[in-house]
Structure formats: structure tokens, C-alpha cells
Design a protein around this ligand. Structure first.
Ligand code: ADP
Length: 161
């Protein structure tokens, strides 16, 4: 069975992430979205909340699963027996960082193949960080996230005011 992982913070999942996941799910028999438990980022949502938001977003995509992980991404890949690691590439900021991470991962686990999918044009400038900032300032984010995520963002940012 061809298995790929799609790792990230997903704080929260956006339509940009979903676009990459949906396209990757057509290339592999199983895609596992790996939710990084403790990234070195300030998180708005807990791991359980991030997983729950992803679960609701993928109910109609039967070959996508979601799982939390800690530690090295390559160890997660080994644990779930993945042959490939999927990442989304945006024009602006992703390439250099992805390149460095890819080189390191290749050293640590040469058998794991990296598959980068180019972000769709309309999501090129969408990031969870920007989304949280706009939502926090009361901006409309409906076209960038599924309905339930917009709702969760509104609730979360309101409770922080
Ligand atoms: P990380 O903390 O690993 O950067 P993110 O949740 O920010 O995790 O992103 C996970 C993956 O999704 C990364 O490969 C990132 O480049 C990609 N990604 C994020 N936003 C978009 C987008 N708008 N379009 C395509 N890919 C995206």
C-alpha cells in the first residue's frame, strides 16, 4: 500500500492545507495528516482541537487519516510505514526552508521520498498565522477556511479579548 504523511502544525487547518491534502490523497492509497504536537510556535488551538478541526474537514475523504505526533517527522513516517512525505509549497516563503528540511530528512531517512505540491494560486498567500491575525482583528476569513474552522476561530479569538 502506498502511504504518505502530510505533517504540519495546522493551527488551524486552512483551505490551502485542504487543497494540498485533497490532491495528495489522489496520488497515494492512504494519506496521514500528522499534527505536530509541540511546534516551536505559539499555538492558538490545542492538539485535540487541531485534530478535531481536521477530522471535520475530511469527513468526505475516506483515504485521509489524522494523527498527532511528537519528535522527528521521519520517526513518525517510519512508525506509520510511509514511503513519502508531502509538503505544500507557496511561492513566497516556503522554498528555502523546505529545501533545508528536505536535505536533513534525506540524510536521516534516505528511503523517504519528498513530494512537494505547488499551492493553488488563490491560496498562495494564505497562512495560518495571517489568518489568525485577521480573525483576531475581526476581519472576514470565510473564503479561506471551512465553515466550522471560521466558527472556531471566531469563538477562540473572542474568548481572548
Ligand atoms: P509547519 O509548521 O510545518 O510550517 P503548517 O501547518 O504551517 O506547518 O503547514 C503545513 C504544510 O502545509 C507545509 O508544507 C506548508 O508549506 C503547507 N501550507 C501551508 N499553507 C499553505 C497554503 N496556503 N497552500 C499550500 N500549502 C500550504
Amino acid at each position: 500500500m502506498t502511504i504518505a504523511i502530510y505533517p504540519g502544525s495546522f493551527d488551524p487547518i486552512t483551505n490551502g492545507h485542504l487543497d494540498i491534502a485533497t490532491r495528495a490523497a489522489k496520488l497515494f492509497e492512504k494519506l496521514i495528516i500528522g499534527v505536530y504536537d509541540m511546534p516551536t510556535k505559539n499555538l492558538l488551538f490545542t492538539t485535540e482541537e487541531r485534530i478535531d478541526l481536521i477530522r471535520q474537514a475530511i469527513v468526505n475523504l475516506p483515504n485521509i487519516e489524522v494523527e498527532a505526533y511528537n519528535g522527528l517527522t521521519i520517526d513518525f513516517a517510519k512508525k506509520v510505514k510511509a514511503q513519502a512525505l508531502v509538503r505544500g509549497l507557496r511561492m513566497s516563503a516556503d522554498f528555502e526552508r523546505e529545501f533545508d528540511m528536505a536535505m536533513m530528512n534525506k540524510k536521516l531517512f534516505p528511503e523517504l521520498e519528498l513530494v512537494c505540491l505547488m499551492s493553488t494560486l488563490k491560496y498562495q498567500f494564505l497562512s495560518s498565522t495571517l489568518l489568525k491575525e485577521v480573525a483576531g482583528l475581526g476581519g472576514n476569513i470565510d473564503e479561506f477556511v471551512p465553515k466550522h474552522v471560521a466558527e472556531a476561530l471566531r469563538k477562540k479569538t473572542m474568548s481572548r479579548l
